[in-house]
Design a protein around this ligand. Structure first.
Ligand SMILES: [Zn+2]
Length: 436
């Protein structure tokens, strides 16, 4: 027997059609799938025996797709701040990871991050880290839609000896979780400066063989560009294009530095970009040319990056920041308007993941990955335009309810799959260990 649920919010923002806002409308879902959106009176009559949930001051919209994160790093949040990318990585993050990162660390950290993300309205995460089984297990336990990025680097750490070892472990986890609902995989070469040509070639071949996409940091800092010029005589994008990496199967994280020709190249190859405005600002990596990319027709989604470089897994905050930055960076106040920013945080991320037929908008037939945001707070009253209010004024504490695949993960701010008290105790135990 199928379970039917009717949600009756004040507004529905379906994302498709673009910028539309519906009133006096209800969303009907049956098990995991959205049946449709219809006038509220009709829904109450036609589905009289369904479960009815009233959300009288809320906007209903698709959950956010966090297109670039290193979830488990939330256990390292605040460990090293106010540094440039290379110093931050080499002198702080990589040594701490070498010493502490384990299967248990990644499971605990991922679960903690997922609780934070669910509380902020994120329903899908595109992760990139180590101990892939632990990330996948956390995804299953939290109920969050999880794309596990199987990292590849040349140098050894607690997880792997070398690039081949990483690739073997990627194949193992993809085999072990085959058919697991809500868990998908990508191969995730860390960056052009940590992965050799030979490994990139193997990654491209394996991704094709396994029918998975690729997720890689690209053109994040000027340092990365200088290193590439010195070692390869070309910028990373030119090198990666020669290797055949640039394609619609690639999500390029950051792309802070791209000239006009490189933007045209990304568009021609159909590469998706994961924009991480807060992390780029905090590490002083720069301001990505998002307006130019969008004008060129590149699909750009939004990510938080890891919480050691943000330091919040807060898609609402990053959506606002993305909109503000796009205007100043392009000297164009109409750039990345509120509706475009909201689409970037939802449907564009789904498209980058190849999941736009399944999630990313509230359309009949798609999975019910849905959030409700309560706009009745003083800070978001009055409401002339709910899209504007969500992008420019709402805080993540206003996210009240979250469903993924039709399953309710948070109701009235209460997490239903995770225990926040237990997560905090575990995080404090890790702090005691790491600080010592
Ligand atoms: Zn990153």
């Amino acid at each position: 027997m199928k379970k039917t649920t009717c949600l009756h919010p004040k507004w529905i923002i379906p994302i498709e059609p673009h910028a539309s806002v519906l009133s006096d409308a209800s969303l009907v879902m049956e098990d995991a799938v959205i049946v449709g959106i219809m006038p509220s009176a009709a829904a109450r009559q036609q589905y009289a025996n369904a479960e009815h949930i009233d959300l009288p001051t809320h906007a209903l919209l698709p959950g956010f797709v966090n297109l670039h994160a290193h979830s488990a790093m939330c256990l390292l949040r605040g460990l090293a701040d106010d540094l440039a990318l290379m110093e931050w990585l080499h002198e702080h993050i990589w040594p701490a990871e070498k010493k502490h990162v384990s299967e248990q660390f990644v499971f605990d950290g991922s679960l903690h991050a997922m609780a934070e993300m669910i509380r902020g309205g994120t329903t899908t995460v595109n992760d990139m880290y180590f101990f892939h089984h632990a990330v996948a297990r956390a995804g299953v336990q939290s109920g969050m839609r999880t794309v596990v990025g199987c990292s590849v680097l040349e140098f050894p750490n607690a997880y792997c000896q070398d690039a081949d070892d990483y690739l073997q472990k990627a194949q193992d986890v993809i085999r072990d979780f085959a058919g697991q609902q809500g868990v998908a995989f990508k191969l995730a070469p860390h960056a052009p400066y940590t992965v050799s040509d030979a490994s990139f070639k193997k990654i491209i071949a394996l991704a094709q063989q396994l029918s998975v996409g690729i997720h890689c940091h690209i053109h994040e800092s000027v340092d990365e560009l200088a290193t590439s010029m010195k070692e390869y005589g070309v910028r990373p994008l030119a090198r990666l294009d020669q290797l055949g990496l640039l394609s619609p199967q690639l999500i390029a994280a950051h792309v802070v530095h791209a000239d006009d020709a490189e933007i045209a190249l990304l568009q021609q190859r159909g590469v998706h970009v994961a924009h991480n405005p807060a992390s780029n600002l905090k590490l002083a990596s720069g301001m990505a040319r998002i307006h130019s990319m969008q004008m060129a027709g590149i699909n750009v989604g939004l990510g938080t990056d890891g919480s050691a470089s943000n330091n919040k897994l807060d898609m609402l905050a990053d959506m606002r920041l993305a909109a503000l930055l796009a205007k100043t960076q392009s000297d164009e106040p109409t750039a990345l308007n509120a509706a475009q920013a909201l689409e970037m945080a939802t449907l564009s991320g789904a498209k980058a993941l190849g999941l736009d037929r399944e999630i990313g908008s509230l359309v009949a037939g798609k999975y019910a990955d849905i959030i409700a945001i309560d706009l009745s707070a003083l800070e978001t009253t009055p409401v002339y335009d709910p899209i504007s209010q969500i992008v420019y004024a709402a805080g993540r504490e206003q996210v009240s309810d979250v469903w993924v695949h039709g399953r309710c993960l948070m109701r009235g701010r209460q997490l239903l799959t995770l225990d926040s008290g237990a997560l905090m105790e575990t995080a404090l135990a890790w702090q005691a260990k790491i600080a010592a």
